[in-house]
Design a protein around this ligand. Structure first.
Ligand SMILES: [Zn+2]
Length: 247
């Protein structure tokens, strides 16, 4: 395979032997993949400090016959999100993006809209230092683009409109139900919050952040979508627990 050029966001890196790293990358042209960075752990590595989680890079990749992993040939930093490290909550939020990306993005499947979503949310976290709106936006679109957005207007069982009361969800389910159909112990999400999500997430994130304050219910809605993501992947999100309930 010839050399391929693409843009990529680093989701995670880990050691491979004494001197190499494996990078889990979300690439613009080839989707999510893993590549080996030979010699990345050596002091004068050609990758410098650019191979850090959530760096936005321009890279060259090549594949060698009979090898599963691609090789990183060259790496150039397009945009750094390193400044986010200064704020612990923002840093955790960025790590949350990477974790959800690794869980939800299919391998070797390019997805331009999701790639643009990642960039928009990373930039929003970096410039606004706010967590709730960027993460709600991210969750909503990851679920929607992933094809498992619950119906936010009507009950999944009896199809009745939610109205002001809203819908109920329970852990392990991916749908919203009305009061009559809900499972015991289901949590309510108010009608006003569901309307806010529909209105707010259907505009560019940048524009939404121009409004000074996050609307009420943002955090609650964000947590609701986190439940949906955990139900869908059948696994608890580590970064979600690290962020805690207070954020
Ligand atoms: Zn119902």
């Amino acid at each position: 395979m010839p050399l391929r050029e693409t843009e990529a966001i680093v989701l995670r890196t880990y050691r491979l032997g004494e001197a190499d790293k494996i990078a889990s990358l979300f690439t613009r042209q080839m989707g999510r993949l893993r590549a080996v960075a030979r010699g990345a752990l050596r002091p004068k590595s050609r990758y410098g400090g650019s191979l850090e989680p959530l760096s936005y890079l321009r890279i060259q990749l090549f594949e060698r016959e009979n090898r599963d992993l691609l090789q990183l040939n060259s790496v150039e930093l397009a945009e750094s999100f390193f400044s986010m490290q200064a704020d612990y909550q923002v840093q955790l939020a960025a790590q949350y993006l990477a974790e959800v990306g690794e869980r939800l993005l299919p391998e070797h499947e390019a997805n331009e809209r999701t790639f643009r979503l990642f960039l928009a949310v990373l930039r929003a976290l970096k410039t606004s230092k706010e967590v709730n709106r960027p993460l709600l936006y991210f969750n909503y679109w990851m679920v929607r683009l992933g094809g498992f957005l619950p119906n936010l207007a009507t009950c999944a069982s009896c199809k009745r409109a939610f109205g002001d009361e809203g819908g109920f969800y329970s852990r392990g389910s991916e749908s919203l139900l009305c009061r009559d159909c809900r499972h015991p112990g289901g949590l309510r999400i108010a009608g006003a919050v569901l309307s806010m999500v529909r209105a707010s997430c259907h505009q560019p994130l940048e524009k939404w952040l121009e409004a000074e304050k996050a609307p009420p219910g943002c955090r609650e809605a964000r947590h609701f979508f986190e439940e949906i993501i955990e139900s869908h992947t059948e696994k608890r999100l580590i970064t979600r627990q690290m962020m805690g309930e207070e954020v």
